[in-house]
Design a protein around this ligand. Sequence first.
Ligand code: HEC
Length: 184
Amino acid sequence: MKNFKLIIALVVFASIVSCNDKKTRQAQYMPDMYESIPYDVDAENGLKGEPVNSKPVVGTIPRGGTPAYDIPDTIDGYEKAKTELISPLDKTEKNLDNGKKMYTIYCVSCHGKKGDGNGYLSTSEKFAGIPNYKDRDITEGSIYHVLIHGKNLMGSHSGQLTYKERWQIVQYVEVLREDLLKTE
Ligand code: HEC
């Protein structure tokens, strides 16, 4: 009988403990399993205190991140991008398809479906000076540069597009331009 009372008491106790408020943190028996203590590799370099995972290793790109674009918006910068900047993407159907999708959303209104400069904003005379891609001596690097910095009346599109989407559009613009040159 004594045991029985003890069992009842234990059951009541357990149910009270387990019905605790779920919103506040309960006792943690092995706190290191919940919050790991990072190994502070930078401690010797005077950067103690920063969480180790907050800094990407030099020369790497965080997953889903964008490498900094450091070519300036100048005439020399444009020439540098034009001759030296190379697309990091492979030429694949998938990249091209997504490039087309993004181009249709962000560029068609001015540049037209074919890239001949006959988009709605051009034909309705809301925007002047939209070129036919075949009349411009452009490269993948210069197209990317213009997407980042804009050019005269064309604004920058760096905010609307991810790093990958920009390069996918570049791939698509190159294909449009080749087609335009073929039908010249
Ligand atoms: C609001 C209209 C407008 C939109 C939207 C627009 N552009 Fe342009 N784009 C222009 C104009 C105007 C120029 C001519 C700029 C100049 O050379 O003065 C131009 C020029 C260009 C050039 C030639 C640049 C060079 O180096 O000569 C490229 C390439 C280009 N645009 C690509 C794009 C792409 C890709 C998009 C979509 C992400 C886009 N544009 C969206 C108006 C637009």
